[in-house]
Design a protein around this ligand. Structure first.
Ligand SMILES: NC(=O)c1ccc[n+]([C@@H]2O[C@H](COP(=O)([O-])OP(=O)(O)OC[C@H]3O[C@@H](n4cnc5c(N)ncnc54)[C@H](OP(=O)(O)O)[C@@H]3O)[C@@H](O)[C@H]2O)c1
Length: 273
């Protein structure tokens, strides 16, 4: 599979899952615009890594909660690349900016979550499409459980924002189908080397053990490279008939019901090494 000759923009490509995606696209031959918000050093490190695998690109800064800054990203991409083949909407603000339960979350926090996700995607897709070539790929990173369940109370604002993002994917998929542009969402399970590693150590340890105990049937956390591989597959020519879908990339975590203990469900034990 090759993406040679293709150009890509990955928002939040400076680190975490976005970096994993940028590197997989670069390994396949695409040139990548690496977007960041505050951590220019991380974005430059990603650019160096993608150059080391024979690709190229540039870094671009913006706050994706501000439409005028999103427009600036695309103006830069247009001036550097001329055309765009792949737009990955991955950036997500830091957790404390939106992390409050439904009875406490401020309207500013709620707006910030929505602006950085659903509205950013609405603006970004409209900016990208006019210089996107046929066969273009638009992919939004979501966390589907946050829109499906209601138990993780302080996630309400981001859960609602991601649900709106997934809805937009379906509407854009239909709108852009005549141009042979596909629009899909990718929903990672808990992933190492990402926001997870910014959480307090006891929380990280609990989440890691929880997945290893069987709540992720493959018994490990995901890696940015696992998510990058899924995005790369959706960017392949062979994925041209897949559009408007939300793909769970989670080692089976979304298949496990939370209604019964794992031992009652008889989830297979970890395979001895
Ligand atoms: N991590 C997981 O386990 C997991 C699970 C499911 C879904 N996801 C989704 O996957 C995506 C990436 O998650 P991650 O954990 O890899 O993220 P992360 O490591 O926290 O990185 C966040 C990225 O977004 C950028 N960013 C932060 N605030 C921004 C703003 N206001 N405007 C523009 N960019 C901003 C950051 O730029 P700087 O580097 O400059 O700060 C960084 O590149 C997110 O959409 C997330 O919801 C993650």
């Amino acid at each position: 599979m090759t993406l040679r000759g293709k150009t890509a923009l990955v928002t939040g490509g400076s680190r975490g899952i976005g970096r994993g995606i940028a590197l997989k696209l670069a390994e396949s031959g695409a040139k990548v615009a690496v977007h960041y918000y505050q951590k220019e050093d991380q974005a430059k490190a990603t650019l160096e890594q993608l150059r080391a695998c024979g690709s190229d690109g540039f870094v671009v800064q913006a706050d994706v909660s501000k439409p005028e800054e999103i427009r600036r990203i695309f103006a830069r991409v247009k001036s550097e690349f001329g055309s765009l083949d792949i737009f990955v909407n991955n950036a997500r603000p830091e957790v404390p900016t939106f992390y409050e339960g439904p009875m406490a979350v401020s309207l500013d926090m709620f707006d910030f979550a929505m602006d950085s996700q659903a509205k950013a995607f609405l603006v970004g897709v409209r900016e990208a499409v006019p210089f996107m070539r046929a066969g273009g790929r638009i992919i939004a990173l979501t966390y589907a459980p946050g829109g499906r369940f209601g138990s993780w109370q302080p996630w309400v604002a981001m859960g609602a924002a991601k649900a709106a993002l997934e809805v937009l994917c379906r509407y854009f998929a239909v709108a852009l189908a005549p141009q042979q542009i596909t629009v899909n969402a990718v929903s990672p399970g808990w992933t190492d080397d990402s926001v997870l590693n910014t959480l307090p150590q006891p929380v990280q340890d609990t989440i890691r053990k929880w997945q290893q105990a069987g709540w992720t049937p493959m018994r490990r956390l995901g890696l940015p490279a696992d998510i990058g591989n899924a995005v790369k597959l959706l960017c392949s020519a062979e994925a041209n008939w897949i559009t408007g879908q939300t793909l769970e990339v989670d080692g089976g975590a979304s298949l496990v019901a939370g209604h019964l203990p794992l031992e009652v469900q008889q989830v297979p034990a970890a395979h001895a090494a």
